[in-house]
Design a protein around this ligand. Structure first.
Ligand code: 3H9
Length: 692
């Protein structure tokens, strides 16, 4: 026995048949893989010399799921169910041998084996919900039978990976075998089954845990209630819950039919299309056309951060958490101590929630060197500046860094708007200068806009792109322009939100519309949270904007309980009658005749100019591709992932319809709505913005 086809291989190890699957990069269940598995299992089942069968994978992982790139295309190859039926009905025990990650359809295949063994580093899980889906190969029916409906609900609706020790305890895995010795361990396990004549265990036949939950609808009602906020707007969590209800209340085969029905509903909807697109878009963003994959990267063993404020502290934590030592420099001792204290407190809060041990906290803080002297940055491999957003100050800092930091080190700025070329011009090494725009809170938010200056070297770009992955960020390479991709588009939304308030809407109307669209909060609630007085000064305030007027009235936002909204001591917001009056007076003074504004207009006025600006950004080459723009908005600004980002959403509406609306608004409200040439072109040629 040997190669069954290009991806599967069947060998005999004594009386145990070993099927090895090898389909890089992640052994996804493409048509050739399903065909290969079908042929291999058929051969193994029919081979009289084989008394047990082991399924194992080559490469970095066990099967990581269905092949997502096949979704939406017509059927081809053997259905996965046929492979699973062969496995489950095999008269010889079938053992799945797991390393890496057994995910989605991959774990569902493992769940149809009679037994599962894994190495300690392996993880299993059903992450379909993150793709707007549910496990469509029996996972929703088998998982509750093994772990009970309560735990199954958690796993299915979070998509979280499960470590092998937890999997062992909960019966998802039957035995752990020594790291690096999976094949031998699995074969020995299979041999033991045969020797002991152990019965074939079919998960579908397990009844105890589902029966125990029958007639207890409160399990589901309580779960829905407790998670309503987390699931808001998403279709997939509810469909997953319904499947678990079916597992509890229906016989296995009927439950499987319900799973299929709900799976197909999700698969044909726009939410899953958006979420699957984002999965690939995020990986695509890591690829830079003129910076080849094999560009050498520089070792980053030690990082310097200038500024121990909220940003500097958050940025430092990313590196500390990844085990990279950080020297953090502030000008005043008090500010330094405060910043370091906040970092410690953040880690300790995480430890209190059980997500870190106290030893981890100490280890991380032990990697931090606080300093009041820029000279201490001399031997860093990379220095990130996070000082006040002012060009003169930034240039001064970079000139100093240029003199202090060793040659061959990267100098990065955390600027959120400023010209990285101009900052680089303050040094004699512009090739080594790059922008790293983190988002607040910098230790939490996934997005990192990496700003490429005209002279930034390719190995510097490659290094920072790779490094950002190491610290758990989703990097997007952008070009120099005011506000880069994210803030530049945000400015469009903010401008329209402000205008709408004067024309007739109230801040809470706008916030409600954007919240219902799926954002975590609207622009006015956001301003209240950040503080209305950021960048405001009593001395220069001229009552010329609504925001200035509110600051003059000491309405500074959540921090003093009064902003656009009034806040109670628990920070619950209610619309403010005082603000309403201020708005009416302000509009009157400006001679604006207020009118009723529909929710539809609010949404279109806020969102379409963003889509248009995204097209302009692409036209100017400030983002590499439309999908990169979407990744910025998903990972940095809370754009609902099930709407795929502004470019994807623009395509969902239709570029032609967005264009027509922009033209209508341009007529009524002026050139803020002037369509970009690229939007015109895309609409005329019937192309897609997210595929540019
Ligand atoms: C499912 O199973 C539905 C079933 O219930 C239905 C049954 C009927 N398909 O992430 P990486 C590619 S839904 C196709 O950079 P890592 C990926 O695009 C699926 N391609 O590596 C990338 O390509 P490239 C449920 C896939 O080591 C390359 O592999 N499963 C798939 O950081 C490397 O990926 C999931 O949702 C796929 N399923 O992480 C798991 N997976 O090099 C999704 C990966 O060209 N996958 N690729 O850019 C993951 O979470 C991670 O990829 C994994 C590895 C943890 C496996």
């Amino acid at each position: 026995m040997a190669a069954i086809n290009k991806v599967t291989d069947l060998t005999l190890d004594g009386d145990v048949a070993v099927i090895t699957l090898n389909s890089p990069p992640v052994n996804a269940l493409s048509a050739p893989v399903r065909n290969g598995l079908f042929d291999a299992f058929t051969a193994a089942v029919n081979d009289p010399a084989a008394r047990a069968i082991v399924l194992i994978c080559d490469g970095r992982t066990f099967i990581a799921g269905a092949d997502i790139s096949e979704f939406g295309k017509g059927p081809s190859g053997k259905p996965l169910q046929d492979v699973q039926a062969l496995m489950e009905n095999s008269p010889k025990p079938v053992v799945a041998a797991i390393h890496g990650t057994a995910l989605g359809g991959g774990f569902e295949v493992a769940l149809t084996a009679h037994y599962r063994v894994a190495v300690p580093s392996a993880k299993v899980g059903l992450p379909e919900v993150k793709l707007g889906l549910l496990p469509g190969a029996g996972g929703t029916q088998r998982l509750p039978r093994l772990v009970g409906p309560e735990v199954a609900l958690q796993y299915l609706t979070s998509g979280d990976f499960i470590s092998s020790d937890v999997a062992l305890k909960s019966g998802l895995v039957d035995e752990l075998v020594e790291e690096g010795k999976l094949r031998d361990g699995a074969v020995a396990f299979a041999r033991k089954l045969v020797a002991q004549n152990r019965p074939l265990k079919k998960v579908r036949d397990l009844q105890d845990k589902v029966e125990a939950a029958r007639g207890k609808p409160e399990i589901f009602a309580d779960f829905r209630k407790a998670n309503a906020r987390r699931f808001r707007g998403f279709d997939a969590p509810e469909a997953n819950i319904k499947c678990v209800e079916a597992a509890v209340n229906l016989p296995f085969d009927e439950g499987m039919r319900e799973e299929r029905r709900l799976f197909e509903g999700l698969m044909s909807g726009s939410q899953s299309a958006a979420q699957r697109y984002i999965f690939f878009a995020e990986r695509q963003a890591a690829k830079i056309p003129d910076v080849p994959e094999d560009t050498p990267v520089l070792p980053i063993r030690k990082v310097g951060v200038i500024g121990a404020g909220t940003m500097g502290g958050g940025i430092s934590m990313n590196f500390l958490s990844a085990g990279i030592p950080v020297t953090i420099v502030e000008m005043q001792k008090e500010a330094l101590d405060r910043g370091v204290g906040i970092m410690r407190k953040n880690y300790e809060n995480t430890a209190k929630k059980g997500r870190l041990t106290q030893a981890d906290v100490e280890k991380r803080m032990g990697l931090l060197t606080p300093s009041l002297d820029l000279n201490d940055l001399a031997d860093c491999d990379m220095v990130i500046e996070a000082v006040y957003e002012n060009m003169d100050i930034k240039k001064e800092v970079f000139a100093k860094l240029d003199a202090i930091v060793r040659q061959g080190a990267i100098l990065a700025s955390n600027t959120s708007y400023l010209d990285v070329n101009e900052i680089a011009s303050a040094t004699k090494r512009p090739e080594w200068v790059i922008g790293t725009h983190f988002f607040s809170p910098a230790n939490v938010m996934k997005l990192l806009e990496i700003v490429r200056g005209d002279r930034t070297a390719k190995d510097v770009i490659a290094t920072v792109m790779k490094l950002s992955k190491k610290i758990g960020k989703a990097p997007v390479l952008v070009g120099v322009c005011h506000g880069f991709v994210g803030n530049r588009m945000l400015a469009q939304r903010q401008r329209e939100a402000n205008k709408l308030v004067l024309e007739g809407a109230m801040p809470w109307d706008i916030d409600r519309v954007l919240y219902d669209f799926g954002f975590p909060m609207g622009p006015f609630a956001m301003s209240d949270l950040a503080g209305l007085d950021i960048g405001w000064s009593k001395d220069t305030s001229s009552s010329s904007t609504l925001r200035e007027v509110l600051c003059e009235m000491d309405r500074r936002g959540q921090k003093n309980g009064r902003g656009f909204y009034d806040y109670d001591e628990k920070r619950n917001a209610t619309p403010s009658a005082e603000v309403e009056k201020v708005i009416l007076d302000f509009a009157k003074k400006q001679g604006i005749e207020r009118r009723k504004i529909s929710d539809e207009e609010i949404l279109e006025r806020c969102i379409y100019p963003m889509i248009n600006e995204g097209a302009k950004i692409l036209e100017e080459g400030k983002a590499i591709r439309g999908s990169d723009v979407d990744i910025v908005w998903i990972n940095g600004y809370g754009w609902p992932v099930y709407r795929g980002g502004p470019m994807f959403y623009g395509d969902l509406i239709g570029a032609d319809k967005v264009l027509a609306k922009m033209k209508e608004f341009q007529q009524k409200h002026g050139d803020d709505f002037k369509p970009s040439a690229l939007l015109e072109k895309v609409a005329a040629e019937g192309k897609k913005l997210h595929q540019l």
